[in-house]
Design a protein around this ligand. Structure first.
Ligand code: CP
Length: 309
């Protein structure tokens, strides 16, 4: 039902398939509103969640998506596995596949790990975030949430603000949104901006007020505090002043602005609590849409069966 067997990233991913996933996800959103949130769509399918990095939203939403669709699921934690006895990534995955699985959801700190995995397993591979490369399922849930707010992505003005250089969320959103006809402006400190990024078809700004003034919606990225020691930005206080979505900054612009954040948030740094908790923020809608989007992705890639009613 989708052109590609795996979902490794949104670079070059067909717009028709992105739209099919979003439309299918809206169908699954209805399942999530029911008293009994379970359908038999993936009965008999086995999915393994392989997380080599910490996660709250992606891991739980994938696990819930699998359970909601009646798949058999196993979740693997690198910390308690035989990787700690020296077993390689390849051997680990090939042993898991020998137990007859249909799909692997992989989060890994190394960019390209999901692509590498496809070389030695037959199972469907879904990228749940690889290094600083891509996080395609996050971008799909973000686009679903924008479509829910604005009905269409075509011509929508979306600002992406923060650490663009290290953000797989930013890259997948840039690929997905530009494919779907949205206008994207990215903004952040010059030390956290990749060179030649405008070649991806985005506008670049170093002025947060310009972006807030221009955009219909802004996606605020987590500032990775662990990078402060490396001198990529001077201080939390200065970051908030220049690139934080503060109450004062919002007040300077008399317009409706939809606010998104992929989580986890640093309240008081890239976003003020009062903004994150305000009506303009759709951060928890994104989380719910994360379950629906992942249901749709699993359903479409694993050839699930629809309910008969
Ligand atoms: N947005 C996101 O990927 O969150 P987690 O790291 O908690 O999965």
């Amino acid at each position: 039902m989708l052109q590609h067997k795996h979902l490794l990233g949104l670079e070059g991913y067909p717009s028709k398939d992105i739209q099919t996933i979003i439309d299918t996800a809206f169908g699954f959103r209805k399942v999530l509103e029911r008293p009994i949130k379970k359908v038999p769509s993936l009965q008999g399918k086995t999915v393994v969640n392989l997380f080599f990095e910490m996660s709250t939203r992606t891991r739980i939403s994938f696990e819930l998506a699998q359970k909601r669709m009646s798949a058999d699921t196993v979740s693997f934690s690198a910390a308690s596995s035989s990787l700690n006895k020296g077993e390689s990534f390849k051997d680990t995955v090939q042993n898991i596949e020998a137990m007859k699985i249909d799909a692997v959801i992989l989060r890994h700190p190394a960019s390209g790990a999901p692509q590498h995995l496809t070389k030695f397993v037959d199972a469907i591979v879904i990228n749940a975030g690889d290094g600083t490369h891509e996080h395609p399922t996050q971008a799909i849930l973000d686009m679903m949430s924008l479509q829910e707010q604005f009905n269409s992505l075509e011509g929508l003005k979306v600002g992406i603000i923060g650490d663009i250089s290290h953000s797989r969320v930013a890259l997948s959103n840039i690929f997905g949104l530009t494919t779907m006809g949205a206008d994207v402006m990215i903004c952040g400190p010059s030390t956290l901006m990749p060179p030649h990024i405008e070649k991806l078809g985005v506008k670049v700004s170093y002025d947060m007020d310009e972006v807030v003034d221009w955009a219909d919606a802004v996606n605020i990225l987590r500032i990775q505090l662990e990078r402060m020691d490396t001198g990529l930005y001077p201080s939390v206080r200065e970051y908030r002043e220049l690139f934080g979505l503060s109450v004062e900054r919002i007040k300077r612009h008399s317009k409706d602005l939809v606010v998104m954040h992929p989580g986890p948030m640093n309240r008081g740094t890239e976003i003020d609590s009062a903004v994150a908790d305000s009506d303009r923020a759709i951060i928890l809608d994104q989380v719910l849409n994360g379950v629906a989007s992942r249901m749709a992705i699993l359903y479409l890639l694993l050839g699930g069966k629809m309910e008969e009613n």
